[in-house]
Design a protein around this ligand. Sequence first.
Ligand SMILES: C[C@@H](O)[C@H](N)C(=O)O
Ligand SMILES: C[C@@H](O)[C@H](N)C(=O)O
Lengths: 165, 165
Amino acid sequence: ENAVITGVTGNKNIAKVAIRGIPDRPGVAAQIFSALGSQGINIRLIIQSIAADGLNDISVVVSREFVRQAAEVLEGQRKSLKAKEIVFHDQLAEVSIVGSGIASTPGVAARMFRALARRRINIDLISSSEVRITCVIDERRTTEAIRALHREFQLERLQRGMLRG
Amino acid sequence: ENAVITGVTGNKNIAKVAIRGIPDRPGVAAQIFSALGSQGINIRLIIQSIAADGLNDISVVVSREFVRQAAEVLEGQRKSLKAKEIVFHDQLAEVSIVGSGIASTPGVAARMFRALARRRINIDLISSSEVRITCVIDERRTTEAIRALHREFQLERLQRGMLRG
Ligand SMILES: C[C@@H](O)[C@H](N)C(=O)O
Ligand SMILES: C[C@@H](O)[C@H](N)C(=O)O
């Protein structure tokens, strides 16, 4: 199947909060998101990669208006979670390519990441699905990243109007 | 907005490969996925969470038939990537809840994770979007996890036919 990339999106109105060094055992993610959910915090992305030595981290991407509140809620849970630390960063943006057949077309991710790498744009977080690959990057590189992705996937005509935030 | 969960899916035909301890600087993700893409490996999920001390890991979920090949390709790149190690695990399954308004409805993720936690099902990886939350778990717990999620989101009538793999 050949992927058809139909668009590039950007969103600067985001921030990440991360809970580091939590025990990799049942109930931990449930406790974290129960705490966030009870505060009405909108969660855009949840990212948990491979654990190491029985510990893991969870990165949460939220709309920027929620980052302080999210960090405070999690700091309040830190001891009972046995988490090492709670960190947050709000000078970030999401840039995504969207389309169909992304997962089943090897090389699409490579093209996206190469387009960013050529401009020396560091990729802070990655989350993908069958229809989208999202990278979180430094928000100061957003316009440049979107332009690079439009060029890579030959979507220049769509450049206007794609940037939210 | 209130989320409407329309389904629960499971897929046992998966495996994860992880590249641990890669330098967190531009070009690394591009190199990894160029190598995988050149081999025609289908990539279901790409998961990269927060870095630590200038290093990061990337977890890649692939269809199970690709795991050995993916691990070999990455092992071949390990030195030039300066990666610490390449690991893989294929006794895994994806379970997902799908619907609308997931990101904007706090508490949905908590309900999913609590349903798994109550059965002591450990969550190995997490990847979410606005329309789906996917957990990777031990494949031996797949049927139980799907049943638990159907119950939590009141979708029992959908239980038959949901398990692929
Ligand atoms: C780290 C966290 O996801 C843990 N494995 C859990 O199941 O809750
Ligand atoms: C870790 C990896 O994603 C790196 N930050 C890159 O941009 O390629």
